[in-house]
Design a protein around this ligand. Structure first.
Ligand SMILES: [Fe+2]
Length: 240
């Protein structure tokens, strides 16, 4: 690995962000279209070029569906155009792994997968969902590849990181939050994120950006040596 400028780290490796909460008002992410615009501008200055934003679909808290998300994306694009701005932004979703997701898969309902293929899912922090094997099976029937969002942040992975190997064997890919490499979440998240880099378990990265506050921390990732180790890896971010 040679010398890379801060900008090059983003431009060459992560210019497509695969995880964020930038559709205003849909979840715990951006609150207004103005806030989204300001976040997008800052990220563009950092080198990001493309966004596949991923609102939560979590039946207990954020009752979003494919149609609502597509409508919110269209409204955001209209707003951006009214400000004379245009960003390469599309939408998928971050699905909470629960019975609702299984139902959507079984009922052949529309799934907002990243690039139409990758099903981004999250679980609670404390235990792997009892629905995980069912989800992998049902996703497979629909030719979807599951990507687990931020495994490094789950307590049950911190206490049993070998679980990642068995999930990998079942066909699950992993997406690490870029902010896990700096001191933003728990120390354990940073430790597991680094361990995942060393064990070739990072298939993609995402900012998981929710608000402008996180942008400052995001600036720091560019000089992190573990983030730089990812430069030579064939991350999904490069191909979508
Ligand atoms: Fe997220």
């Amino acid at each position: 690995m040679g010398w890379w400028s801060k900008e090059a780290v983003i431009t060459e490796c992560f210019e497509t962000d695969l995880h964020s909460h930038l559709l205003p008002g849909l979840d715990d992410g951006a609150k207004t279209a103005e806030e989204t615009l300001s976040i997008l501008r800052t990220m563009r200055d950092m080198g990001f070029k493309k966004w596949i934003t991923t609102p939560h679909i979590f039946n207990d808290y954020y009752r979003n569906d494919a149609e609502g998300i597509k409508n919110a994306l269209a409204a955001l694009k209209t707003f951006l155009a009214s400000k004379g701005e245009s960003f390469d932004i599309s939408a998928a979703a971050e699905y909470y792994l629960d019975e609702h997701l299984i139902q959507l898969l079984q009922d052949d309902k529309e799934i907002l997968a990243i690039a139409g293929r990758f099903l981004l899912f999250e679980t609670n922090l404390f235990s792997i969902s009892p629905f995980v094997n069912n989800m992998i099976f049902e996703a497979g029937k629909r030719s979807l590849i599951p990507i687990m969002a931020h495994p490094e942040r789950y307590d049950y992975i911190v206490s049993n990181k070998e679980l990642l190997f068995s999930l990998r064997e079942k066909g699950v890919l992993f997406q690490v939050n870029l902010l896990s490499f700096v001191d933003y979440y728990a120390v354990s998240a940073k430790k597991i994120a680094r361990w995942m880099v060393d064990n070739d378990l990072v298939d993609s990265v995402g900012t998981d950006l929710h608000n402008p506050r996180q942008l400052l921390a995001l600036q720091e990732i560019m000089s992190d040596r573990y983030v730089r180790k990812l430069i030579d890896r064939p991350l999904l971010n490069l191909n979508l």
